[in-house]
Design a protein around this ligand. Sequence first.
Ligand code: GUN
Length: 293
Amino acid sequence: MSSADFLLLDGKAASAAWKEHIRKEAAEGVLVGKHRPHLAAILVGDHPASAAYVAGKIKDCEEVGFKSTLLRFPADVHKEDLMEAIDALNRRKDVDGFIVQLPLPNHISEHEVLLAIDPAKDVDGFHPENVGRMALGLPTFVPATPYGILLLLEHFEIPTAGKHAVVVGRSHIVGSPISILLSQNTPAGNATVTLVHSRTEGLEEHLRNADLVVAAIGKPEFIPGSWLKPGAVVIDVGINRVERNGKSRLVGDVDFSSAVEVASAVTPVPGGVGLMTRVGLLMNTLKAAHGLR
Ligand code: GUN
């Protein structure tokens, strides 16, 4: 593949364009009597990565003119206190949507917490009701990372209809939902989808037939360029911290330097899907504020 045919799927450019769209939609909504979208986030403990993710989400809200509220609890919070805070957010008329940042400390059941969130305010799209609605193709909050991937493909006008998409990984947050969304009869779907995972035999062969690869397995540089079909589009969801030459850096699930020699388009890490995940959450918050689940 010559460099002229290669497209860097720059999450910075795509997220900036989508954020501008969201900012305008919110501002125009206010002009016609709608309220300013308001996102709340619950952060338990002070895990540095979680704290950084939540800080990013709050900053995004400011950028697009949303209100935001951060509720912090110590890592040893009583489950009852956390449930009470969720209940209060469910009832607050001025909060459109909220998230509980995961992971939670071991003494608190994530499943129980996610079930307690009002599905109409579940802008993460993790409540079983919203997962079910997504699987059925009903209006819902699509989880932020799969949503961000669809918005990235839309921004770069990458068609999915009739293409063979191979999704690597079956997590509830990324692999499973993106495989469903890409296969649905929608403008962002209509792909033929293969979902592969840690127990798949012949992983390389599946990948060699993929027009579109979504890599979400959390293994640093697991997929080399030699496993890709020439001209493939590669969406790398992995964010893995590795030590290289005494330095700490972030790499994806795909080996970027060899992938760019074979693929027609690749997302960088960092600066790719991660930024689009944040857009997905903003989009869901805008929908929640405008009564459009
Ligand atoms: N932890 C990692 N990703 C996510 C996410 O998308 N939402 C929440 N709530 N927690 C996370």
